[in-house]
Ligand binder design. Sequence first.
Ligand code: DC
Length: 221
Amino acid sequence: MGFNIAIDGPAGAGKSTIAKKVAEKLNFIYIDTGAMYRAMGVYFSRNHTDLSDENAVKEACRTVDVHLTYDQGVQQIWMNGENVSQVIRTKEAGNMASACAAVPAVREKLVELQKKLAETSNVVMDGRDIGTVVLPNADVKVYLTASVDVRAERRCKEYQEKGLNAVLEDVKKEVAQRDYNDMHRAVSPLCQAPDAILVDTSDMNIEQAADAILKLVPSVH
Ligand code: DC
């Protein structure tokens, strides 16, 4: 059994950057579960799958291969033999991920894969349901958040750095909408596990947030 660190929280809280840093410091594997939902989202979008068509979604879940590899420690995500690590990083892929993440068959497929990955390795896994559903017995559980304003500013900056047009007010609405979708879906909604430690990164930089998590890992004190 590996040592498991579960990090959940809303979009833009800095989960992936901070989780990656924690994994690097501990020499653990970083698993970005959002990337898996994004890869499934790209598949459904390309195939024009109607997400309300239960049979079509189930059939896709049975046949689509989504898996991770690591290239010099950097996670690569594959969908049916194609490296989709870059393709999944668009706003549209994020919205498709959020939509398909509400479908039980999609969650079942990905949760099983995620549980297997954590069984034998030391991992830092981030997502929305890691401490509550995927790794309920994780050794360390963190709920990472920040105010909507701070998260929207961070997202906006990210888009602008990628050369995308982004207006702060629009991004704020998008972040709030995504929070609402993720927190109100019927299956595995985003919520803080009762035994998760709350880390609010509104006034923290990446190093400070990573240190706050590392302090929770017994051997790092
Ligand atoms: O973290 P992210 O923005 O890459 O995640 C994309 C979407 O996937 C997000 O809106 C919710 C969903 N997701 C989920 O439901 N469960 C997870 N463990 C990870 C992501």
